[in-house]
Design a protein around this ligand. Structure first.
Ligand code: FAD
Length: 361
């Protein structure tokens, strides 16, 4: 009867706990400083859009490839999960394509020409020139999903609780403290596995202190206006670290206008100048959003800032022994934590199984 403690209740921790809880022989406790319902700068998951726009390169696409079928199934068959399908457009600017061809493009695999993910989506199509807006060199369209994180995270908590997972609030200074949080045998049983899903805070947690983890600041504006489709663009003229995307959450969750991609910035407060530029870019690219009335036609719900848990070298998904207990790490998902969540959590399940089969030290 493996006794497991998951540290963290963001999308990585909740999905890991959920998949582990499908094996009824596991006893699982989730301990976290922040839980679904909280908004905090140390907690990335509530701030995400969140949609599926593949960011990996072909070589690193495993996590996103494995996640897509499950998010699609949830959108089609499980309305209470708060996910819906929506058309998505990806626009590439010539100047970004030139940088991309030279290997100088700072962002991700999303804007590649002839991308690996064209076979992932059922209806991927390159857009003909007459369907492209001015200033856009090429683009593609496909049906993706958008997750209402405010509904989806509680849904994950519910799935976990239905499988017997116990949730507790707690703040750990050192990862080895997780061994004291198991609930098996009324807390008397030794913890066999700790799953570390602490996101950005893996940079500050004792026993982990990962120097490669840093924030990528994302400022957003959430509006009541409805978007006809989701859209993202390979760059903006405003600043190198300002980006453009629009996505509409399922079930009245509002439309997210983004944004920024500011590496190494911890500032938690929205910058009003950036907010104005985000709104201007949105109504210029998608005038229908505000019925052609421009920024004045936007109805703001809130301004927000989230920090993407970026990691130099990519996500950390591996196991190690810390003070005699197996720790399985699953952190550092930057801007793709939802769209890679099932693939990564499946790897967590595999790592726990591998460690279970190793002789005890
Ligand atoms: P977090 O959500 O940060 O959770 C960390 C958990 O660990 C929290 O519960 C925290 O309290 C807990 N914790 C940390 N330290 C301790 C400690 N010492 N003791 C106890 N508990 C601790 N992803 C997508 O897939 N699609 C998108 O469209 C998308 N858009 C985004 C837009 C923005 C603006 C931002 C900011 C992010 C976006 N992301 C998107 C990325 C996504 O939000 C993250 O990759 C994901 O939320 C990371 O989840 P996590 O569970 O690893 O970390």
């Amino acid at each position: 009867m493996p006794n497991i403690v998951v540290v963290g209740a963001g999308v990585s921790g909740l999905t890991s706990a959920y998949l582990l809880s499908k094996d009824g022989s596991n006893t699982i406790t989730v301990v976290a400083k922040h839980m679904p319902g909280d908004y905090d700068i140390e907690y990335a998951s509530p701030w995400a859009g969140a949609n599926v726009l593949p960011m990996a390169t072909k070589a690193s696409s495993r996590w996103e490839r494995q996640t897509w079928p499950e998010l699609k199934r949830l959108a089609e068959e499980v309305p209470e999960a708060g996910i819906h399908k929506m058309k998505s457009r990806v626009y590439r600017r010539e100047k970004d394509l030139e940088k991309l061809r030279k290997g100088e493009y700072a962002f991700d695999g999303l804007f590649q020409e002839n991308p690996w993910y064209k076979t992932l989506f059922d209806d991927f199509r390159e857009l003909p020139k007459d369907e492209l807006p001015a200033g856009i060199a090429s683009g593609a369209e496909f049906t993706s999903v958008c997750i209402n994180t405010m509904l989806y995270m509680p849904w994950l908590v519910g799935q976990c609780r239905a499988n017997g997972v116990v949730f507790k609030r707690g703040v750990l200074k050192h990862i080895s403290e997780a061994a004291a949080w198991g609930h098996a045998g009324g807390g008397s049983k030794k913890v066999d596995f700790v799953i570390n899903t602490t996101g950005l805070m893996a940079s500050r947690l004792g026993g982990v202190m990962d120097p490669d983890v840093l924030p990528v600041r994302g400022q957003v504006v959430v509006v009541r206006n409805e978007a006809p489709y989701m859209v993202s663009k390979s760059g903006t003229d405003d600043a190198d670290d300002e980006v453009f995307y629009v996505m509409m959450r399922a079930a009245g969750g509002g439309t997210i206008l983004g944004g920024t991609y500011q590496k190494g910035q911890w500032e938690s407060q929205p910058d009003p100048n950036i907010a104005l530029r985000i709104m201007k870019r949105a109504v210029e690219m998608v005038p229908e959003l505000a019925d052609g009335k421009g920024v004045q036609g936007l109805d703001v719900i809130r301004h927000g800032v989230g920090l993407r848990p970026y990691r130099n070298g990519g996500v950390r998904l591996e196991k190690e022994r810390v003070d005699g207990t197996w720790v399985v790490h699953n952190y550092g998902h930057a801007g793709w934590g939802y769209q890679g969540s099932y693939g990564c959590a499946e790897r967590v399940v595999e790592l726990v199984a591998e460690a279970s089969n190793q002789p005890k030290l």
